[in-house]
Structures are given as structure tokens and as C-alpha cells.
Ligand binder design. Sequence first.
Ligand code: SAM
Length: 222
Amino acid sequence: MKTYLPDIDISDLVHALASQDWTVVEEKIHSQQYERLGLDRAFAIASDLLMRHQSLTGLRILDVGCNSGLVAKVLSALGCVVVGIDNSDVDSQGLYSELESQHQFAGFEFHSKDLAEFFDSDERHWDCILLLSVTHHWETGYAMSGKRRYSDEDIRHLLAELFRRARLSIYYECPSGEPGFAVGFGVNFLLRYCSELPKTRSLGNTVGPNGYLREFWALDME
Ligand SMILES: C[S@@+](CC[C@H](N)C(=O)[O-])C[C@H]1O[C@@H](n2cnc3c(N)ncnc32)[C@H](O)[C@@H]1O
């Protein structure tokens, strides 16, 4: 079984959004062998942005750890200008193989890079930054491997840089109350590295790829 997000072709999504005929997407979801779908989070982010800013068109979004790109593709299809980056820590599953060639028609710019490396070479600011089930790997290593890419000081610096470069919000999904992650882990993670947090606004719960509930937050910059 593959993990994480299924590959839904962007044209299927655009067709479904435009026609409200979800048959093809539903067929793919039913035949998928993946542990979870990410559309709920993409639509939660889109609805939140729409309610607050009336339009999604042209909003500049950085999806950190975009994985197979589903959330990036959906937000692109809805009018946002999305850049997705991923350091390929789970590349053994072959999730990224199509992305480099897909991004021209998938509507988003993909960089196979680690966040620290990306920030060193890219100065852009963003309306929103997505940190969906990503930051806990920075302490535990991918899949609790213990192989950390970052020191505590690196994490402190990266979070400060993420807050500096986000204009509206950071959408932050994190484990909490599951093996390895105490209740309140997500906010405590931020407090370990930041002396001051942006305004935290709960967007409720999502279901992680392992079936446990995750916390979903908006960190508002304005
Ligand atoms: C658990 S997956 C979550 C994927 C996606 N954001 C989602 O929520 O469905 C974490 C992803 O983040 C990537 N990742 C973790 N740390 C990263 C970093 N510092 N820079 C870029 N990608 C990173 C991993 O390769 C993996 O694809």
C-alpha cells in the first residue's frame, strides 16, 4: 500500500469543480490504495481564505513538504499561485517522480528542495505558507527515524523566517495525542522555538495518514 496522497489528475479536478460532476474523482478515491486523501485540508484552507479575503485569485502560496502535490494542485486550480517544495524524504515511494514534469500543466511550480536550502536561494514573501504535517519530522526525523536534518537552532531560525515571509497566515497541521506526540504537541513545538507566537486560531481537527486526529491551526500574521 502506498501512503499519503493519491494522484488525481488536475483536469479531473477542474472538470469536477466546474461541472459539479464528481463521478470520476469519486471513482478514483474508491479505487485508491492510499491511507488518506488531502482534499479536506485543501478545501478548509480555500474556504478560510475566501471568507477572510473574498477571492483566491492570485494569492501566493508556499506549500512546504508538498509531497505528491495534491493540495498545491487544488489550490492552483482554484486560482492561487502556488509553489510546492519537498526534500524527498519519502521519495522511496516514488511520489515525486511525476511532479517535476507535471508542474507546467498541474499549475504550480515545484522545487525538489529542503526548506532551508530553498530559503537560501529564494527571497520571495508569501500570502500563505502551508506546513501540513511537516514540522514534527524536524524533531523526530522522518517516520520517527531519529535522523534529524536540523539542529534546534536551525528550527528556531526557520520558524522565524517562515513567520517573516508570510503576509496573511500559516496553515499548520500537526499530530497531537498520538503515540510519540503528547496532547498539545503542535503549539508546544512552536513555543519551544519561538519567544512570541503569531495569533493562533483553531480550524478543528483533521485525520492524519495514520488514522489519528491531528490539530489544524491558522497562525495569523495580520
Ligand atoms: C507527512 S508528509 C505530509 C505531506 C503533505 N504536506 C500533506 O500534509 O499531505 C511530510 C512531507 O514533508 C516533506 N518534508 C519534511 N520536512 C521538509 C523540509 N524541511 N523541507 C521540504 N520538505 C520537507 C517530506 O518529504 C514529506 O513529503
